[in-house]
Design a protein around this ligand. Sequence first.
Ligand code: MN
Length: 212
Amino acid sequence: MQNKYYPFINQPLPYDYQALEPFIDEKTMHLHHDRHLQTYIDNLNAILEKEPKLQRLSLTQLIQISGRLPCPLQTSIRNNAGGVYNHRFFFQGMANPAPPPSKGTLLQAICQKFGSLDAFLEAFQNAALSVFGSGYAWLVWGQRGLQIVTTPNQNCPVEQGLQPILVIDVWEHAYYLKHYNLRKDYIQDWMQVINWEQAQQRLEAGRPKQGM
Ligand code: MN
């Protein structure tokens, strides 16, 4: 991930705004990237401007140490560093077309853990549906191998030492314009644009060590 250090900038999407149509609509991508992510970037820069000691830490390091910060700062760093990391990760994790994997270590690990790719996708959908309110469902790599976890708000599993492989944003702003309140329809559309190649690379990068 580029632009790992303060000041943070809103990097362009790795594809056009309409590239994920008809699964994720162009208007949602504009609002989500240009307004929602931009707000987290602006907030994080404003917080760090007043905290010179934290300016030397990377985005990942800010999330890793957030729990050790004093109270109001802890929450604002967790929310805003998480908001930047999670959205960048989410946007980079989609592509269209996005053929499902037919080989590779990620597919092997998924089949070993969940039985099959379809069984994994069903378990992942159930996890994403189970998030109450705003949050994320993740496939992560940790000491117990692959795991599905959920996080509320802008919390990020990097704080728990887990390496993200895949993420779906289930905040309503991620789908309400197109899918209204039908989160399940959105999840199924998102599954058509999972960037499996990127997920495979994240597993390769994350298995021996943490960080991105
Ligand atoms: Mn979002």
